[in-house]
Ligand binder design. Sequence first.
Ligand code: GLN
Length: 486
Amino acid sequence: MDITKLTAIETKEIIKKRELSVKELIGSYLDKIDSVDKEINAFITLNREEALKNAEKLDKKIKNGQSLGALGGLPIGIKDNIVTKDLKTTCGSKMLENFIPPYDGKVVEKIKKEDGIILGKLNLDEFAMGSSTETSYFGETKNPINMEMVPGGSSGGSAAAVKAGEVLLSLGTDTGGSTRQPAAFCDVVGIKPSYGLVSRYGIVSLANTLDTVGVLGKDVEDAAFFLSTLTGFDPLDSTSSESAKGETIRESIVNKNDINTIKGMKVGLPKEFFQTEIDKGISREVNKAIKILESLGAEIEEISMPYLEYSLAVYHVIVAAEISSNLARFDGIRYGHRSEDYNTLDELYINSRTEALGEEVKRRIMFGTYYLSKSNANSHYERALKIRRLIKEDFDRAFGKYDILLSPTSPILPFKFGEKMTNPLSMYKADLFTVPVNLGGLCAMSIPCGYENGLPVGLQIIGDRFKEANIIKAGLALEGGLKNGI
Ligand code: GLN
């Protein structure tokens, strides 16, 4: 049996029953990485020795009759913009090529506490800016479904590693879709939790009012279970919420086989989403998924959300503005690469950043600085904040009536390497349906719902803030429906 084909929940059971030691399990995953990752390139840094050492520790615990934590022995990968103590954290950038953080991010601390085993750090678009993982300084990650295609991004390494069986669970981040879009491109489940549910302490900020930690797994139960181990109020993150509890998430998984859970669930289809240009195969598979949910008792209705169409424009103004401020710390003095070629302090800053930051990062810093400059702040940044509020109110109205909203995760299928790199606007369009969710601070999941020409299609299920239970229930029902050929 190929152990790497099992889900996290199944693997946990096997470890619990002592059919396999944690060391054997971790050994199988490291072998898998050795055999496939030269080609896939999901990992930037492998944590081999430490992982094996930790596996041995857990085996000892089991031998002594002690029980393991919730993630007992499961092999996990971490996106490389989440800091890990004594383990290199590069953000996919030359700027942080050799950066070794002195502390663990809160989510990493939680994974360790629950006995998860960290196998290494996963590839991403540089500083999480991108939708294809092509902007990484460490080379592109391949899509395990079709090696000629991008895995999506920015958490392309996190999605590819799960799909290729290199890890069971992985952490991504999601500022505008970076967990959901790669999940859709690689045929796995990705959940973006509500803003404030999971601590951002130790996440290298991209755009702090939009950033969230995301989780990826083979199926809904794996991803939801993983998420439930990471929630909780954290005083070290000033935007962490007191309502950040995982109980409802755990409850919704317990009822996973009850197909009645979505009977009467009110589902809205925002017509502004469905009226945009969407790949025909994606529309077909998404419509089939909607029919399945309907046949399981969900009540589907079309709705109108007039401000949605401004989401992508508003997102790019806000994201760039926050990026220009957040990335100021990477100046060769406080953090990161320092140029050897300078005579003045200004030259030190300019040359360090010129040498170590990639094109997309520089583009966004420049746009952001422009949007925030004295003569433009009012017409660009402040205006974007006002429209953000209107988009949020659109969502508030929708959730006054509906439990969940549906859309494709992405309007386009996985595309070929290089296809969109010279045209940033066409790349940004991949995030058309995912960015509004971050603007509203809501939760959403991408779940595989079919194929077009051998390429996977993802359905996006959106829920109100802290209503993760609704999207998980709908996801479990759809997964069950697809499996049983409903
Ligand atoms: N692809 C989007 C962007 O480039 C989202 C990034 C993200 O979620 N980290 O901004």
